[in-house]
Write a protein that binds this ligand. Structure first.
Ligand code: SF4
Length: 280
């Protein structure tokens, strides 16, 4: 079955999706920040969390991005095998990025890595970063996750020795200590374990899309507790909330490898999704 989509309508929808992601945090993220504020005992950290919540409220009320770093655009596309858009989806997503940059507006963040020349419209070689997945069904689901540099720059990947499974928690703690207040805590930590060098990084980033109210397993809880015991706190100013959640994704890996990637996400855990097409 072919489900035709109008290209102009699609571009407008994706630009609107970007606007939503930049202006409005998902409910589970806001709720996690509210809970952190209510249980925080440090007056400085409590004040910082209240300022973040006020920032979120004002961004939504006035329809402006919640942070000056509007990020680079990362898209996750789940394309149903029975869904046929009838046009080049990748080109249309790029056009939507250009439109959103102009209309919202967004800070043009995409530069050539060597010359540092800015494209001016948040597109360029490999940007937007689009991850494709073919899934059964008649729908097209698109998620956008704008990612700021402050948290991305403090993320790490290590090829551990396979005997070092017990060191993973310490690697996470070292990463968070080194990051300090730079990635704008409270953080969400996406951890990818296994796969290959690049797969581990992809798993870590995908883990950031997990709703924050998803129950954590014992390993995730243990890491979260240890991270929060560090006392780095909201915006690095101390307190009990360095991270809101830890989510781990794993994949089988080579018997001689143990890739571990930690993707750090700041409080502005921005993402939004839209679905096109008929019933699943
Ligand atoms: S780390 Fe996050 S909150 Fe801090 S400046 Fe970057 S995008 Fe904004």
């Amino acid at each position: 079955m072919s489900l035709k989509l109008n290209r102009e309508t699609f571009i407008r929808s994706i630009s609107d999706l970007l606007r939503k992601a930049e202006i409005e945090l998902p409910d589970d993220v806001v709720e996690a920040l509210r809970k952190a504020e209510s249980r925080e005992e440090s007056p400085v950290a409590k004040f910082q969390l209240q300022a973040i919540l006020k920032n979120i409220e004002l961004a939504k009320k006035h329809g402006v991005p919640m942070c000056q770093d509007t990020g680079i655009m990362i898209f996750y596309v789940e394309l149903g095998t029975e869904f046929q858009p009838g046009f080049d989806l990748e080109a249309a997503i790029r056009d939507a990025a250009v439109l959103a940059t102009r209309e919202i507006p967004l800070r043009p963040n995409a530069v050539d890595p060597l010359t540092r020349k800015n494209s001016g419209d948040n597109t360029g070689a490999g940007i937007p970063d689009i991850h494709w997945e073919l899934v059964p069904g008649k729908q097209l689901r698109i998620t956008v996750a704008p990612k700021g540099a402050g948290s991305e720059n403090m993320s790490t990947l290590l090829m551990l020795n396979p005997t070092e499974v017990g060191s993973i928690k310490n690697f996470v703690l070292e990463t968070v200590i080194n990051a300090g207040g730079m990635p704008c805590p409270p953080l969400t930590l996406g951890i990818g374990i296994g796969g290959s060098f690049d797969k581990a990084a992809r798993l870590a980033k995908e883990a950031l899309l997990e709703p924050l109210d998803t129950p954590m397993n014992e390993f995730e809880k243990e890491i979260l507790e240890a991270v929060n015991a560090l006392g780095i706190g909201c915006m690095g100013l101390g307190g009990s909330t360095t991270a809101l959640a830890v989510h781990v994704k794993t994949a089988h890996c080579h018997t001689a490898s143990l890739p571990v990637a930690i993707n750090i996400q700041c409080w502005a855990n921005r993402h939004a999704s839209v679905v096109f097409g008929g019933e699943e």
